[in-house]
Design a protein around this ligand. Sequence first.
Ligand code: NAD
Length: 485
Amino acid sequence: MAKDENLIVGRMLIGGEFVESEGGGWIDTINPANERLIGRVPDGNAADVARAVEAASRAQKDWAALDMAGRADLLNRLGDAIMERAGEIAELEAIDTGNTIGKMQADVEKSVERIRLAAGLGLELKGETIPSTSSGLHFTLRTPYGIVGRIIPFNHPFGFAASRLASAIIPGNAIIIKPCETSPLSACVLGEIVNEILPPGVVNIVTGGAATGEAIVRHPKIKRIAFIGHSGTGMKIQRTAAEVAVKHVTLELGGKNPMIICPDADLEAASAAAVRGMNFAWQGQSCGSTSRLLLHESVYDTVLPKVLDRIGRMKAGDPLDPASSMGPMNSKMQYDKTMEYIEIAKQDGATLAAGGKRPEGAGFENGFWVEPTVFTDVTMDMRIAQEEVFGPVLSVLKWKEIDEAIEMANAVDYGLTASLWTKDLGLALRLVREIEAGYIWVNGCGTHYRNVPHGGFKNSGTGREEGIDELLSYTEVKAVNILAG
Ligand code: NAD
């Protein structure tokens, strides 16, 4: 990326060329730790999306004509090339997102692991033979859609852009990726790396905001759209797509995820998990954060002090400092939204047990800082128990009977993750059956495991990513019936 008087100037990657927007617009990006301008990227418009679609169309047939081994080899080489620039990417990500450096390094490593997983799973994109008649041959083929549109959120920009491109292109699709406008810089570095390894036009990166995303959704030649972001945006995308054509839209959306701690749980491990599951290292800005802690009344007075103690020892600070346990919120919008929810929680009668404001002292004068915050006495009729804050705000609720805990866990419009703490296998199995969530941990939290499908029930999404299901979702099934002539 070009550096213009210390400003990082990103370019879009379209058809193997680094370009600016045809509309001439730019979007500034700031460091959320201090609000200083750090870079800018083109504000892509519908004409840029159309250019990217043309480039993708030109590239896709030759790409799909490569053997699977050829595509897998290139993806593995892409993984190697990303690792060579991992340190630089993690630093850029930390100053552009506000997320802490160690976690951003892990994001880069994880995205490479997933690229390699997708490369290895390519040969599993198999069809079936069906014994429908004895004289004929009936089978299915998995064919690529052609061009995939991928729209990503701000919280793991590199991770989502890099890892998710692999599952889309290994079946033979070309892709157009749009990063989020508040942390777009790492996608431009990804463009540079991609351009060294992959044929031009197979991966195109178009930067911009909501209008750019909408242009992707509306383009008639993009039948397959994959989105990660807010539930409201996901619904809008489904509506917009339906205005244009019949499209295959998958959505990875928000969550208001429960962690249920039962009386027989390992309380030390569960208390640590209650903090870990909030993903404070990226300020709670994670779809999977277990932001509702459901404590049995008999363990409430044991677990809560342990949780508050751990949170009290956290240290907000420069995201580039490995000693910082959390950084700033990603944007002013995220900051304002979190502060608004803190006020709403107070007004609704929740008790502020920790945090609730901007940290004090040097280094926090500017930037979008919010202390790790805990509310107790939360009840399910409060907005803080129902709505996704997407910030460092944990709500603590109390229950007596397990039926009550299940009802509370399910009484939201979301159903992404759930973390259940008990040593009773029978109880664990009952909870697993009855909790409405797409990704469940028993005696664990937070970790995404290789090839285990991730996605949501209810308004948390549709479709599954991160494993073979994701790869299959980028193919269409063609049924073939060969009859004895
Ligand atoms: P967002 O919905 O505001 O934006 C996401 C992306 O969509 C951005 O690139 C944005 O420019 C684009 N966009 C906005 N409006 C659009 C439109 N009308 N048409 C097309 N594109 C549009 O989300 P965000 O604030 O960036 O991310 C936070 C949300 O993402 C949270 O709700 C979080 O839970 C969710 N999320 C979900 C997962 C998951 O795996 N389920 C993972 C990470 C984040």
